[in-house]
Design a binder for this molecule. Structure first.
Ligand code: CMP
Length: 146
């Protein structure tokens, strides 16, 4: 099933120069990049993105970290077969110490609050997050070579 997911390299991933590595893994797998931008999200955007986490003790810290502008976020939309679920598998568990070796988080980080990347966890989240972060005219419909 062709579908789209929202993947974001968080500020710590950008600071650690992991943008290329992450794009490389999704491209190599055969997924298609249809949205890409470097952006410092507003507090309103980050708050909506993480609305499910309002009330968690780390919520304010998480929103500040995403929005303080020390480094931007690389927001992406990837398209392909089962990409929502497969993207999550490629990222690994939210807590990097629980992530399987070979996943992006296990390979590059150890702290849950600095886990370098976000990926939509369901079809509904993907739709919500893509709509939040991108305008329709920022998404490219293009034909792959094979
Ligand atoms: P993400 O996949 O973006 O989804 C929610 C984010 O909240 C998660 O990655 C972490 O960055 C952050 N998060 C989750 N649990 C904690 C925690 N216990 N402490 C700090 N940050 C957390």
């Amino acid at each position: 099933n062709q579908e789209r997911t929202f993947i974001a390299v968080k500020p710590d991933g950008v600071q650690r120069a992991l943008v290329g590595e992450i794009i490389k893994r999704f491209e190599a797998r055969g997924y298609k990049l249809v949205g890409l931008k470097l952006t410092v999200p507003s507090k309103a955007l980050a708050g909506k993105h993480y609305a499910d986490l309002k009330g968690k003790p780390f919520f304010n810290g998480l929103v500040d970290y995403m929005t303080n502008g020390k480094a931007p976020v690389v927001a992406m939309v990837w398209e392909g077969k089962d990409v929502i679920r497969q993207g999550r598998r490629m990222l690994g568990a939210t807590n990097p110490l629980e992530s399987a070796p070979g996943t992006i988080r296990a390979d590059f980080c150890t702290a849950i609050g600095r886990n370098i990347i976000h990926g939509s966890d369901s079809y509904e989240s993907a739709l919500k997050e893509i709509t939040l972060w991108f305008n329709e005219n920022e998404l490219a419909d293009w034909v792959s070579a094979n």
